[in-house]
Design a protein around this ligand. Structure first.
Ligand code: GUN
Ligand code: ZN
Length: 442
């Protein structure tokens, strides 16, 4: 069969390196009038439109998006699909919020039909917000993982997810056992890990809700399946850290609990990582584990302020994440905005260029998927979004005086949300179109 080619013309931005560490000029590629050439769902190349148009095979359809910005799809490094329906449930901090809002909600995912309905909504919502890859918590029920992977497979998105392990300090209806969790995870890995674009994530909820035996078995799985993700929470809240200290008196720190059980390695992603010390950060960097910085969640639950400078000083990888339902938006643009504000509160800085890096190539690197997604280098999977600089009257007005790329990105990050995401493409095919774009095409 002949290869299926297509091309997309517009401004183009993608990253080659972290603007926080590389010299700014080398970190990214920006083309005012660019062309993204796609074949069979993969990037052939991105370059100047004038030059590339002439070299396109005859008959290649060119989609004209001049005036808009094409960039790789966003990566959300930590989010809970089973909490979609309790986003914006307020009051209290982490531990009482879990008891009051989250555990009762997650009980509903014992039922497969409910899990499937939420998974479909959740994934369409990710796409509508420009997110094409995410690392996702389910609930403790096996049905929650099967339903999710089925919905994800239909959309051909690159996603990691897993059934949550929790065998103590939670309601009876949400409790598994070390044996059942191990068996379920093993079977789910066999069934789903590496199927199409899907990845399994070994998902102990956090040290409080897993016994030593459960963590030990999770570590065994992590060793036996090095390509699967490890996905958990770490050092989010002061009361949580204190409880972990009492539960594991022999451990040097909260992080050390996970390390002792073999849960620190590449493709291990820990949400929050706020209350860490220098040794913890050093161990994360050395083992290749990565942090998911969840600013909207951390502000919502009053958990604390992520320390970007200390993370950089330790050479730790980190990504951005929404952490819905504690997070308050599925939008990585809104997440960047709150990341900027957290940095401000710490007396630190986060440039718009770096925020967009973190939401794309930085996220891909944290998940160790940078050879597949996160940029427009030749051969990458063609997951991309089309950003609108005039999504609202105020944005349109502000963009008129934003002269440089950095100024325009800054306006998108501070004023933007899903309204700025005109279209989302998965493997070169339209996967979501905003109401505004749809209305215009009629
Ligand atoms: N720690 C353990 N479980 C959770 C959860 O569901 N959300 C957040 N934000 N933190 C957690
Ligand atoms: Zn979380």
């Amino acid at each position: 069969m002949a290869a299926e080619s297509s091309a997309f013309r517009g401004a183009i931005l993608y990253f080659r390196d972290d603007p926080g560490s590389a010299s700014a000029a080398d970190s990214h590629v920006y083309l005012e009038d660019g062309l993204l050439v796609v074949e069979d769902g993969h990037v052939v190349r991105a370059g100047p439109a004038e030059a590339l148009l002439a070299s396109l095979p005859k008959g290649t359809p060119v989609t004209d998006r001049r005036g808009l910005l094409l960039m790789p799809g966003f990566v959300d490094a930590h989010v809970h699909y089973a909490q979609t329906d309790v986003i914006a449930s307020g009051g209290g901090t982490l531990l009482d919020w879990l008891e009051r809002h989250i555990f009762p909600e997650e009980m509903r995912f014992a039922e497969r039909a409910h899990a499937s309905e939420v998974a479909d909504f959740f994934l369409d919502e990710l796409l509508r917000h420009g997110t094409t890859t995410a690392l996702v918590f389910g609930s403790v029920h096996r049905a929650s993982a099967d339903a999710f992977f089925e919905a994800a497979g239909k959309r051909r998105m690159r996603l990691g997810a897993g059934q949550v392990m929790m065998d103590r300090h939670c309601p009876e209806g949400l409790r598994d056992t070390p044996e059942s969790a191990h068996r379920d995870a093993h079977e789910l890995i066999e069934r789903w890990d590496g199927q199409g674009r899907l990845h399994y994530a070994i998902t102990p909820r956090f040290a409080i809700t897993s016994s030593d035996e459960q963590l030990r078995r999770a570590g065994e799985l992590a060793r036996a399946h090095p390509n699967a993700f490890v996905h958990s929470h770490l050092a989010e809240n002061v009361a949580e850290v204190e409880w972990v200290r009492r539960l594991f008196p022999a451990a040097r720190s909260y992080l050390d609990v996970y390390e002792r059980f073999g849960l620190l390695r590449e493709r291990a992603i820990y949400a929050h990582c706020i209350h860490l010390d220098a040794e913890d950060r050093r161990r994360m960097a050395q083992t290749g584990a990565a942090a998911a910085f969840c600013p909207t969640s951390n502000l919502f639950l009053g958990s604390g302020l992520f320390d970007i400078e200390a993370t950089d000083a330790a050479h730790m990888r980190f990504a951005l994440a929404t952490d819905v339902g504690a997070g308050t938006s599925f939008s990585l643009l809104q997440t960047m905005q709150d990341a900027y504000k957290v940095a401000q509160q710490k007396g630190q800085s986060l440039s718009a260029l770096r925020a967009f890096y973190l939401a794309t190539l930085g996220g891909a690197r944290a998940l160790r998927l940078e050879d597949r997604i996160g940029s427009f280098e030749p051969g990458r999977e063609a997951d991309f979004i089309v950003l609108d600089p005039a999504a609202t009257p105020l944005m349109e007005r502000r963009m008129r005086t934003a002269k440089t790329l950095e100024e325009r990105l800054f306006a998108w990050m501070i004023l933007g949300d899903e309204r700025a995401v005109r279209e989302t493409y998965v493997l070169g095919k339209p996967a979501s179109t905003s109401a505004r774009a749809a209305a215009r095409s009629h």
